[in-house]
Design a binder for this molecule. Structure first.
Ligand SMILES: [Zn+2]
Length: 139
């Protein structure tokens, strides 16, 4: 079946992130000068503007910071999935990341739900990072 939703166009800034995701690794950029960790994976540190970044393995754990339930097909390809959720996850490492929450009814989604990342191979070339609930102990 053809995947009909939008996919990212890779740039030199985010290519390492997407290539790692395809290998089922969740990485984040960290500044070698000030230690800041950020997302989306721009080339330069969002705190000190240094271009000296390295990649670290993310824990995959976070909490729901905010969410919305999409009820209009603003984005082509989603018409058959109305409604669907979009969550903003605050990662343990600090950055916020937009994704979807799976395994929780939309009406039960709320801030502070503990979540963990999982990998969704949507095409041969792309793997998306989505989230599902985890218990409070982190396991
Ligand atoms: Zn920095």
């Amino acid at each position: 079946m053809t995947y009909v939703k939008p996919l990212p166009e890779l740039t030199h800034e985010d290519r390492p992130f997407w290539e790692a995701a395809r290998e089922h690794r969740f990485i984040l950029p960290r500044c070698r000068d000030c230690g800041h960790i950020w997302f989306p994976p721009y080339s330069s540190c969002q705190k000190c503007l240094s271009f000296d970044r390295e990649w670290i393995e993310a824990s995959g754990r976070g909490t729901v910071w905010g969410y919305t339930i999409m009820c209009q097909p603003y984005v082509p390809g989603y018409a058959d999935e109305m409604p669907y959720n979009v969550v903003l996850v605050e990662l343990e490492e600090g950055p916020l990341l937009y994704s979807n929450l799976v395994g929780v009814p939309d009406e039960e989604i709320r801030p502070d739900i503990p979540v963990e990342a999982f990998f969704d191979d949507v095409t041969d070339d792309f793997t998306l990072i989505r989230f599902r609930p985890r218990n409070r102990t982190g396991e």
